[in-house]
Design a protein around this ligand. Structure first.
Ligand code: GCB
Length: 709
């Protein structure tokens, strides 16, 4: 981590200035992330063994949803516990079978498979890594538990040497639970239906606080990989630019026995030329005449230029080589502008989902390639990982193709708080100073939590005010802003930053989508989360995506850039496209007047059934979607040269949601259908994005590069 000094106005030659800049610019601060989560890459010292394929699968549909643990399924091959079916990994399991109870299953789903460990790995460190699994996961190797992980969308791994056999077959068993509760991310709740006349005993439903299908399973690669016993554990790279030079600040962490080690750290360009090097574990390297990483709309000739930091670690235990890709670029918020490499960036954006027929949220290279081609066809230079972190393999494409990413956590729909907890929060607030509320929320304001002893005290002291009902409501802990949720949210943000910190495509961290930041308790909660992310990474702006109003939101003061979702003409004043410009402009100008920060319209869209036409336009028709988008565009055009620095349509493509009477086979706000065919709106957006890209005079943008239809 580094503290930066932005400008240096001293008279000297540029080399002297550069040397001083490097000396003062980067003051290492606390390394909050204690370990790494490097992507598994093969090298001269590392090998990979992919465990994707068909696994055995069965769900625990017992009424208690706990039979599998009572009967210890993890101590035997899964097919000995009952009948299993083949299940592809990676994939969601929901849409693979013809069985509705598997599609809509809530609880523990079990997987297992066998594998052999390469004998040549005997003296190596061996790691088992999951790219992601939804959501709570327990992993056993040869019937011994090796790791647990809470939350989907992010990788987890463990060293498994002591569990493995080299002379016979191994078995990996995985139990994954997709239940969403008030303290998971995303949050949700389980409702038991108690009426015995209407429901069978123990009947429950999973309620969601998000608008997408709760796909589950092992969603990304499962990899066994080897490293030497002493190994490169983590690499953090923060870059800066000074005139035509790039500054590469890096920190390397090593793992394993800390015997004598020597390091060689080299910056290698695309032609395999070493352009800077060092032997220190932490340093600042200068790349003269660097090629900066640019979004492809800002430098179509050389977008997404990636260097490699080649780290060679030599110890008595052997040599480890790891190659970390990175780009040289800066991101800054300056006044009302968002700057990449000191040039204004305007986000011509889309919101996406990881979602496709049959595989659900399972990793799919064909889909990734198609979507990047479509984004380029559209002229989009930016997407948001709404509403959770996307696959590393997808993020690699963003880095390499020069498409900017707003990297979002799975904190979608945080908002549920019981009336009792609100009251309790207010009671607690009386005793908790404002300072402690804001600065040491986590330790000090544990007072606000439904904790038995404290509730007892409160009940005793304020018998009249705190009723019995309130007490029982507390024990349910049915709210999303408690310390359990907060601690988990901080942990998830650490995992996200740990995974994506070296990606040049990632220019903004988004900690949440549409939380209830109109509630007072959201202020200390989001201040804590936003500041925590800042403490992990000073090099990128931090925000959340807001759907509250400029006059009731309590968390926007803590963001660097304001992202607002709006649905004028859809969820309000439905059908009245004539109001959109007035409403959007009024709204945005109020935000700007109040906070003077750059803004992005992070969602706007209208459900559209392809093939439905109405003239004059009518909701759900393709004409309505076009007219609706065009009204937004006119309003955006009055503000985009001023303080609006981006627009992101909702959504790139239609996607699946839970069954409900407002969704006809999913959310239809895509400008592409779910199978990636354009609606009329896609052509309109394409024309707009290409025109803006062509006509924006970025300092690095040369001439007309796109065909405008
Ligand atoms: C939103 C949400 C998104 C929904 C969308 C909609 O504000 O952020 O998850 O899918 O609206 O279509 O309602």
């Amino acid at each position: 981590m580094y503290a930066r000094v932005k400008f240096l106005h001293i008279n000297m030659n540029s080399f002297q200035a550069l040397a001083i800049y490097v000396m003062v610019a980067l003051v290492p601060t606390s390394a909050v992330l204690d370990r790494g989560m490097l992507y598994p890459r093969s090298s001269e010292s590392r090998s990979l063994f992919n465990l994707d394929g068909m696994w055995n699968f069965r769900v625990d549909a017992s009424p208690s949803r706990n039979d599998s643990f009572d009967k210890k399924w993890y101590l035997q091959p899964l097919d000995k516990t009952g009948s299993v079916i083949p299940m592809p990994v990676p994939s969601s399991y929901n849409d693979i079978t013809q069985d509705k109870s598997i599609r809509d299953f809530v609880g523990w789903a079990w997987y297992d498979r066998q594998f052999y460990t390469p004998a040549t790995w005997n003296s190596q460190r061996i790691v088992l890594r999951f790219g992601s699994a939804h959501y709570y996961t327990i992993v056993w190797v040869n019937y011994q538990e090796v790791m647990r992980h809470d939350g989907g969308h992010l990788p987890f791994e463990a060293e498994v040497n002591s569990y493995l056999y080299f002379d016979r077959v191994n078995r990996v068993t995985v139990a994954v639970n997709n239940t969403l509760t008030s303290t998971t991310l995303p949050p949700g709740s389980i409702t038991y239906k108690a009426d015995p006349n209407m429901y069978p005993p123990g009947y429950f439903v999973q309620d969601l606080q998000m608008d997408f299908f709760n796909y589950a399973g092992i969603h990304r690669h499962v990899t066994l990989y080897s490293t030497p016993r002493v190994y490169v554990d983590d690499i953090t790279i923060v870059t800066d630019i000074f005139k035509e030079n790039g500054i590469v600040n890096y920190t390397i962490k090593t793992g394993g026995p800390s015997d004598q080690i020597s390091l060689k750290v080299e910056v290698v360009d695309k032609d395999e030329k070493v352009v800077a090097s060092s032997t220190k574990n932490q340093s600042s390297l200068i790349v003269h005449n660097a090629r900066y990483w640019w979004p492809y709309t800002m430098n179509p000739k050389m977008p997404g230029y990636m260097y490699t930091l080649r780290v060679t670690l030599v110890s008595v235990n052997g040599t480890d080589v790891y190659r970390q890709p990175f780009g040289i670029r800066t991101v800054r918020v300056l006044g009302s502008k968002l700057l990449i490499n000191q040039d204004p960036f305007y986000c011509l954006g889309v919101n996406k989902h990881e979602d496709f027929d049959i595989r659900g949220k399972g990793l799919d290279y064909a889909l990734i390639a198609k979507d990047f081609n479509l984004m380029k066809w559209l002229g989009a230079n930016c997407f948001r990982t709404s509403h959770y972190p996307y696959a590393e393999e997808l993020m690699d494409q963003a880095d390499q193709q020069g498409i900017v990413v707003i990297d979002e956590s799975p904190g979608v729909g945080i908002g549920k708080i019981s009336k009792a907890a609100t009251k309790y929060y207010k009671l607690g607030k009386l005793k908790c100073s404002k300072r402690s509320m804001e600065n040491v929320y986590f330790q000090e304001c544990q007072k606000h939590q439904p904790n038995k002893r404290r509730i007892k005290e409160q009940v005793k002291n304020r018998k009249k005010k705190v009723k019995k009902k309130m007490k029982s409501e507390f024990f349910k802990r049915d709210e999303n802003f408690g310390n359990v949720s907060l601690a988990h949210h901080l942990e998830v943000m650490e995992e996200l930053v740990r995974r994506d910190k070296n990606r040049p495509s990632v220019i903004i961290w988004s900690v949440a989508n549409e939380p209830a930041t109109n509630k007072p308790i959201a202020e200390p909660y989001f201040k804590t989360v936003l500041n925590h992310v800042r403490s992990l990474d000073l090099s990128r702006p931090v925000t959340f995506v807001c759907n509250q109003n400029f006059n009731n939101d309590v968390a926007i003061p803590y963001v660097d850039i304001i992202l607002v979702n709006r649905y004028y003409g859809w969820y309000s004043d439905t059908g009245h496209t004539e109001l959109i410009q007035r409403q959007l402009e009024y709204d945005f100008r109020q935000w700007h007047q109040k906070y003077a920060k750059p803004m992005i319209l992070s969602e706007y869209g209208a459900d559209t059934v392809p093939g439905i036409h109405r003239d004059p336009s009518f909701v759900f028709s393709e004409e309505y979607q076009v007219e609706f988008l065009q009204e937004y565009h006119q309003a955006l055009d009055t503000m985009r040269r001023d303080f609006v620095v981006g627009e992101m349509v909702w959504n790139f493509a239609d996607f699946m949601t839970a069954q409900g009477i407002t969704r006809v086979l999913g959310n239809r706000k895509g400008i592409f259908t779910r199978d990636r065919q354009p609606k009329m709106s896609a052509h309109v957006l394409r024309s707009r994005y290409l025109n803006i890209a062509n006509n924006t005079h970025y300092s690095n943008f040369e001439g007309t590069l796109y065909f405008v239809p």
